[in-house]
Design a protein. Structure first.
Ligand code: ZN
Ligand code: ZN
Length: 349
């Protein structure tokens, strides 16, 4: 009898069965994390609404708004439009950036989907270290050929975070200019609208893609900026911890030292380095507690010393120092052969 009881005890454990809790919304996998074409937060939100077969307005007002709006304003959140919930400015591509509202939206979505990687769809990793003023577009821009290719190859239609940046005006994949107005009705597109549908115009509902082969010559400076921003996006998930301003200032001081070492070798470099060196000095001394300008300072400075934006953020101080030394010595060897120091740095600017 006692043996039989043991069997029943084993089979019918008195402990409650552990069932993993289900997420309120689908745990939809974001596209391209760890690459330069990481999906944007607003694109993810659109796809999430689509997966649930509801409009973006319904998803935001009925599931998300109560988590991002303070309780005083909560009562009427279900009847509000998206632009009033996010505020006019946050319904723009800047929602993919580093604002407090972006943080609230990411927290709400991570809570609802049980995902922990959604902050990589924004620039929150760089909050406080990169200046966000004038960094993001007011309205969407897109590559019509990327949309068309996604559709033709039956891939998921989505918008990369890269397109939210004001200084990204070209698609390096198709060598074409990004569009920012619907080719059918000429309207501009908000990042988050009540009835957003990826690849289609919010207003006339027509397809925004095309396969017109309108290749253009992309100047090197534009290419460097787009590549630099792409590296910044791709690097966020591989950083051991979010970058801090004092650490970045230390790395910039090393670069300043490297510039000055180059000038001691060849004073003629002063004309090319002078302006950047001046900006660098100001950032390091007078503005060392202020976020750094990505497009006018970090990317050109990294290019001048042949260090990638990814290396600048990923490597620690000693790693950056080693790369700078190797680059400097390589250039010395090269220039001693050609008896010219013109290529001491990558002076294409
Ligand atoms: Zn493209
Ligand atoms: Zn249109």
């Amino acid at each position: 009898m006692s043996e039989q009881n043991d069997i029943y005890t084993d089979l019918w454990s008195p402990q409650a069965l552990k069932i993993r809790p289900c997420s309120r919304l689908f745990s939809l996998k974001p596209i391209g994390i760890g690459t330069s074409v990481t999906e944007s937060l607003s694109s993810y939100l659109c796809r999430l609404a689509d997966e649930h077969c509801v409009s973006l307005q319904k998803l935001v007002t009925q599931e998300i708004s109560s988590l991002i709006i303070d309780h005083q304003h909560e009562q009427n959140s279900t009847s509000r439009s998206i632009s009033s919930i996010f505020g006019n400015s946050d319904a723009k591509p800047a929602i993919n950036g580093m604002r407090d509202m972006t943080r609230s939206l990411v927290d709400a979505l991570e809570q609802l989907t049980f995902r922990q990687d959604l902050h990589y769809l924004s620039c929150l990793t760089y909050q406080g270290v990169i200046k966000d003023r004038n960094l993001f577009r007011h309205y969407k821009a897109w590559c019509p050929q990327c949309f068309q290719q996604q559709k033709q190859e039956k891939q998921i239609v989505y918008e990369p975070l890269l397109w939210s940046f004001k200084d990204v005006n070209y698609c390096l994949h198709h060598n074409c200019q990004l569009s920012d107005r619907c080719p059918h009705c000429d309207s501009q597109q908000r990042a988050i609208a009540n009835n957003s549908c990826l690849g289609f115009c919010d207003r006339c509902k027509q397809w925004l893609g095309n396969n017109l082969n309108d290749e253009v010559e992309i100047v090197e400076k534009e290419r460097q900026i787009i590549t630099g921003i792409g590296e910044l996006i791709a690097t966020a998930p591989v950083l051991n911890s979010p970058p801090t301003l004092p650490e970045l200032i230390q790395k910039l001081k090393l670069i300043q030292f490297s510039f000055e070492r180059s000038l001691r070798q060849d004073l003629t470099q002063f004309i090319a380095l002078g302006k950047v060196l001046e900006q660098l000095k100001i950032a390091i001394t007078q503005h060392q507690d202020k976020p750094l300008n990505l497009v006018n300072l970090l990317i050109p400075v990294c290019n001048l010393v042949n260090i990638s934006v990814a290396q600048f953020f990923k490597e620690d101080i000693s790693g950056v120092s080693k790369i700078l030394n190797v680059n400097f010595n390589n250039q010395i060897q090269k220039t001693s052969k050609t008896s010219s120091l013109a290529s001491m740095f990558n002076l294409r600017a």
